[in-house]
Design a protein around this ligand. Structure first.
Ligand code: SAH
Ligand code: MG
Length: 221
């Protein structure tokens, strides 16, 4: 992997204490060790290749891990999410949070919490939300990415779509980071493993760089 050219941003300590606490305090689905591995991947990436992009912003937690590294390198993180929640975030599902429902519409809306998180972390100039369906955004996307983080819908269809539509935008030398990869079905759902991770390795275009919990960091040759 290209070594970091970001001043003050070593990959073994990619965040300051304050950045780390802000990320840990944010609402979301990213255990601290995996979040740090995400930040470390960003610190090792060659950020001169292009901006970073994540699919699945939710309430801004993963953006709090990636954003500070992007800011130090004078680049940005685009955060794609329709902010209506994945299937598993809907009422009646395990990962539903009733605070995140727009009471007038009766629909999930994570955008206000996302904006609050990013504001409080001082990342508004660095983390740029794109509110929309992942595939629709991908169809119009043309900029090569230094780092693509896939953490969107975890059903077979959204996971396959995210891989198929976004993978071509990772720049040669860039990183593809995938969350919630569970080789053992006892640990969690299959699609990120079967429909993103395995196809990426089978494509022959990516080499695995690190494994931390359910986070996988791959590099485009
Ligand atoms: N990265 C976040 C967690 C993401 S949860 C964290 O660190 O906490 C998954 C998110 O993906 C949800 O907010 C959901 O709205 C979004 N999502 C699911 N399917 C999507 C799709 N097809 N297009 C855009 N966003 C989607
Ligand atoms: Mg996740």
């Amino acid at each position: 992997m290209a070594s970091s050219t970001t001043p003050g941003c070593p990959s073994d300590q990619p965040l300051t204490e304050a950045e780390r606490s802000a990320a840990e305090a944010a609402r979301g689905f990213m255990p601290p060790d995996e979040g740090l591995a995400l930040a470390a991947a960003a610190a090792l990436a060659d950020l001169s290749l292009g901006p970073m992009l994540e699919i699945g912003g939710y309430c801004g937690k993963s953006a709090c891990y990636l954003g500070p590294v992007a800011g130090r390198a004078d680049t940005v993180l685009f955060s794609v999410d329709h902010h209506r929640g994945s299937e598993e975030n809907q009422p009646g599902w395990e990962w539903h949070d009733p605070d995140l429902v727009d009471p007038d519409l009766g629909l999930m809306d994570t955008l206000p919490e996302f904006r609050r998180t990013i504001h409080e972390a001082g990342l508004e100039s660095v983390v740029i939300p794109i509110v929309g369906e992942s595939v629709t955004v991908a169809r119009h996307w043309t900029t090569p990415l230094s780092l693509l983080f896939i953490d969107g819908g975890h059903g077979v269809e959204p996971a396959s779509n995210d891989y198929e539509w976004w993978m071509p935008h990772v720049a040669p030398g860039g990183l593809l980071v995938i969350h919630d990869v569970f080789p053992d079905p006892a640990d969690g759902g299959r699609p990120p493993y079967e429909n993103i991770y395995l196809p990426a390795l089978a494509s022959g275009r990516f080499q695995q760089r690190s494994v931390t919990g359910s986070l996988r960091v791959l590099q485009h040759y």
